[in-house]
Design a protein around this ligand. Structure first.
Ligand code: BES
Ligand code: MN
Ligand code: ZN
Length: 535
């Protein structure tokens, strides 16, 4: 999608559709109505507002109203999309509305659109949100469809003119917001493709190949190891999980190093992504129903890889590493068995009590390996537990960790990026759940608090390194169409990780432009230069 920045009279700008996002108060009180709406309405002899009202459009956040302009306005159609109450507004509301509007414009077969941006607080964040909402909302995965060719060949919105208040179209910060929004959306749609791709196509080797291409495009270093390398690194947990599959496991390691030699010496940020390309459960086989969506079990890796694509452009003033242990979890004559004892890279031994608790095993070896890089913090992103879906549903990710500063900074970044994350406990009260009779640990305990047990297991492998574990089992897939989401992969995590890295960059360099205070206060102290160095 191509964006250009313009200013001027909304009713005179040519485009197939004109999108006007409106607050409830814009319609209820004519004195509060924005100029863009008034001008279009005047040219339509008052019929725009009148018809919208007659159709029940009140500017509520899930509402949309579309109308032909019969040539009275330069744009062929007007789409009004609701933003709800102004007092409750945040950029995510605009992101969702933009996604909804672009879906409607695509159904109208429009190729070009004018998107008017309402004046709001956090204007740059809103510009970024609008660009993301438009690009994410236009996403579809139809590589495997052969029917309905006509529908698929139909025109889509390709060009968008962002209509800004006068002067803003030349503002550098606004231009940067557009560019970042485009990069983030492109990376998110790419992550969605990886998740939506069937497991037969997206094997560990193919994931490694995709990572290689992404690394080249983003000018990052990459190394990919096969079984031999994984063996020589003594990653016994990773090897155990992968041994039932005919697909060779791949250890994928991307790294970004800043050009400035001083910055290159700072402790890195380490990202770890769960990369099970298919999770059958192994010998502790899943049911037919619960296996259907298990190509999604590499969504954590997709998020990490998506974020790394943006890191190349963001150029943070500290190194960033991404680690993924990619493999399938399959039952077979060579599969690991319940009762097997595996030795991790860290040296700790694990009794396998359930082969379906495979994610934590692979992650444990990746986390231990990440710690060897002496990072300032580790963030892991994983579709780890069904229990987290039970707890938080399909729209909210769980954040686990004991370092308040790192956990809250991630939650704040998620909030700013429009991804919902809720803090979950890593409670020692449940430690017995992982006690084994034969080994240092077992990999699965009772079902109560199973998302916490998984986090407790991971914790055994990070030592003192500040660490956050993001369980995205729920929001990795959207069960319904909503705003900029379609059914299927969401690409969750990309926006949060990018925003986190952007904020950590600001903490080291000082922000380029003063940002308004976030709504939610962190429990810990603010990130500082010292914190970024890991002090
Ligand atoms: N990949 C699953 C978790 C999952 C479930 C992700 C649904 C996305 C949607 C994970 O490997 C798993 O099987 N977890 C088990 C753990 C249990 C055996 C301790 C679970 O949550 O049931
Ligand atoms: Mn599993
Ligand atoms: Zn899994």
């Amino acid at each position: 999608m191509n964006f250009s920045l313009v200013s001027g009279d909304a009713s005179r700008l040519k485009g197939e559709v004109l999108v006007l996002p409106l607050f409830e108060s814009d319609l209820s009180d004519r004195r509060k109505a924005p100029d863009a709406l008034l001008r279009a309405d005047r040219k339509l002899k008052g019929l725009l507002v009148k018809s919208a009202r007659a159709e029940g459009f009140r500017g509520k956040s899930d509402q949309l109203f579309a109308m032909h302009t019969q040539g009275r306005v330069a744009a062929g159609k007007v789409i009004l999309v609701g933003l709800g109450e102004r007092a409750k507004f945040e950029p995510e509301v605009l992101r969702l509305a933009a996604g909804k509007a672009v879906k409607a414009a695509n159904k109208m077969r429009a190729k070009s659109a004018v998107f008017w941006l309402p004046t709001t607080r956090d204007f740059q964040q809103c510009v970024k949100a609008a660009v993301e909402g438009l690009s994410l909302g236009a996403y579809r995965f139809e590589r495997y469809r052969t029917t309905n060719k006509e529908e698929r060949a139909a025109p889509r919105v390709e060009r968008v003119q962002l209509l800004l208040p006068p002067g803003q179209e030349k503002d550098q910060a606004v231009q940067q917001a557009v560019e970042l929004g485009q990069r983030v959306a492109e990376a998110t749609n790419w992550a969605r493709d990886l998740v939506n791709e069937p497991a037969a196509a997206l094997t560990p080797a193919r994931l490694a190949e995709e990572a290689r291409q992404a690394a080249e495009a983003a000018e990052l270093k990459i190394s990919v190891g096969g079984r031999k390398e994984i063996e020589s690194l003594k990653m016994g947990l990773f090897l155990g999980v992968s041994q039932g599959s005919g697909q060779e496991p791949k250890l994928i390691h991307l790294s970004y190093t800043p050009k400035d030699p001083d910055a290159a010496k700072l402790p890195p940020l380490a990202l770890v992504g769960k990369a099970i390309t298919f999770d059958s459960g192994g010998l502790s086989l899943k049911t037919a129903d619960s296996m259907v969506d298990m190509k999604t079990d590499m969504a954590g890796a997709a998020a990490v890889l998506g974020a790394m694509r943006v890191v190349g452009a963001l150029k943070p003033p500290f190194p960033v590493h991404a680690l993924m242990g990619a493999c399938e979890n399959m039952p077979s004559g060579t599969a690991y068995r319940p009762g097997d004892v595996l030795t991790s890279r860290l040296g700790k031994t694990v009794e396998v009590t359930n082969t379906d608790a495979e994610g934590r095993l692979v992650l444990a070896d990746m986390l231990a390996y990440a710690c060897e890089l002496k990072p300032s913090a580790i963030v892991d992103v994983a579709t780890l537990t069904g229990a987290c879906i039970i707890a938080l549903g399909h729209f909210i990710a769980g954040a686990f960790g004991e370092d308040d500063q790192v956990v809250w900074s991630l939650i704040e970044a998620a909030r700013a990026a429009g991804e919902e994350v809720w803090r979950m406990p890593v409670s020692q009260l449940q430690k017995e759940a992982l006690r084994s009779e034969v080994a240092d640990l077992k990999n699965s305990g009772e079902r109560w608090g199973a998302a916490i047990n998984a986090a407790l297991f991971l914790k055994e492998f990070v030592g003192e390194t500040p660490w956050v574990h993001l369980d995205i089992a729920g929001p990795s897939q959207s069960p319904k169409e909503r705003g900029y989401l379609n059914k299927g992969a969401t690409g969750i995590g990309v926006r949060t990780l990018v925003e986190l890295i952007r904020r950590r960059s600001d903490a080291v360099e000082g922000p380029e432009a003063p940002e308004p205070e976030p709504k939610m206060k962190p429990a810990g102290k603010k990130a500082t230069r010292a914190a970024a160095r890991g002090a």
